[in-house]
Design a protein around this ligand. Sequence first.
Ligand SMILES: Nc1ncnc2c1ncn2[C@@H]1O[C@H](COP(=O)(O)OP(=O)(O)OP(=O)(O)O)[C@@H](O)[C@H]1O
Ligand SMILES: [Mg+2]
Length: 524
Amino acid sequence: MMKKETLHLLILEDNPENAEPMINALEKDGISFEWNRVDSKESFIKGLKEKPDLVLAAHSLIAFDGMDALKIAKEAAPEIPLILISDTIGDDKAVECLKAGADDFVLKHKLSRLGKVVKRALEEAEIYKERIQTEEILLMSDENLRQVQKMEAIGTLAGGVAHDFNNILMAIQGNVDIALMDVEKDHPVHLNLMEIRKASERASDLTRQLLLFSRRQAMEQIPLNPNKIIKNLLKMLNRLIGEDIILKVDLANDLKMIKGDTGTIEQAVMNLVVNARDVMTDGGKITVATNNLFLNEKDCRLYSDAKPGEFVCLSVQDNGDGIAPPILDRIFDPFFTTKEQGKGTGLGLSAVYGIVKKHEGWINVESIPDEGTTFKMYLPTISAEPEQNRPPVLSPEKLNGNQERILLVEDEEVVRNILRELLSEKKYKVFPAANAQEALAIFEKEKGAFDLIFSDVVLPDLRGPKLVKQLLKQKPKIPVLFTSGYSEEKSDREIINEFGYTYIKKPFTSYDMLKTVKEVLEKK
Ligand SMILES: Nc1ncnc2c1ncn2[C@@H]1O[C@H](COP(=O)(O)OP(=O)(O)OP(=O)(O)O)[C@@H](O)[C@H]1O
Ligand SMILES: [Mg+2]
């Protein structure tokens, strides 16, 4: 766990003269901190939103009672330790305060204790935070494990049935073919035999997908270039999607090789593209893209199922209606379909899942209702790449910042926290905001004193480029770095291009992110 250099204290005390001895007591104990005094309910709530490290609350306020403050704080931010400062406090009252969640209380005439009490409260808060994090991770891995076990069980079952079924189908097809040889084309039975043949071909298709899901299908393990597979598939994909949908291809030119089976990778891409086509009945755009990716332990926390290493990310993005959250949990289940009877088997994504697993990779899906869906397959690379193709690597020291102040606007909490951690570790001063509103408030509070605005394009309350436009009205010279995992609306792209802002596409590696931040700051 990273230790912050400066503590942020929120002091609730309506008399500035009373706050002074608290501050003196802490300074005397060698605690270095920044503080913010508030004196009303409203300003207290606002102060809590800025997530201070600790709250010191005077027990007898004119505006409102210390117990009320305690209640507000414990509801808004239970993880922030709170210490009550009181003139006098009876035993009963003291017990009541502790029961209500105060971490400790200190009497006004015994403020010499304050430093020790604060240090202990902070230590306990750190332990509490770590415990919560561990519990969350355990809960998540438990959930993942159940999901994996379920998929394994269904896979085994499906694989067994499919295998036998395939043999039966082969017998049917073989016999139909033999019969067809003996029956003239104009014979009435010829048509029936042809229909049997067609039906058994459809059934074969189905069992093939089932076998892919169960991973019973034999697969080759040879070095492959995923870009080549996609290029060879283009003609067929274009035929599949029809004329109303545009197929865009965005392939990394230094793509690493993977080890696997061309046919099954083709099948996976096809299944994803067909799904995208099916949700865009009025036309739209499908983007098939590849890129290289290096994930370290920390990066892996951004993706469920991820493991560290080098990967090729092969993604298929559409701008259809997206997938509603309750459905999202089930889309990889075999036979799960929202299509009408007879239209879908619900095996397409199960097959993709199996194919990716067989390649020792994983698949992720990101979907925004009304905006679209992106499926990303991550496949481990093999090191067959000539050395000179690698981009020059900046040494870790070169990635260091110099206390530059970064306004970081990112709505995804995990992403925001990791970015903050990575940037702080490299000696940047990060001001995180979860949405445009928070960003505007921080910007105002800090009087626009930033060296960089690092913002997501898609925010819950305002598009990133619009936010930046507002911020730069006050301080037009601040460099801007945009990021997004999503294909932006045309208007976003236009603003980003018009002003020549730098843009980094998610998912990115910590190295690429730090390098880009450095480049943007140096361009200034
Ligand atoms: N790109 C997408 N956008 C929105 N929903 C999708 C998308 N891809 C898959 N889905 C949802 O996931 C479900 C399962 O997909 P899957 O490919 O497994 O089966 P299917 O497409 O319904 O059937 P089949 O693949 O046999 O045509 C779909 O019915 C649909 O509800
Ligand atoms: Mg499908």
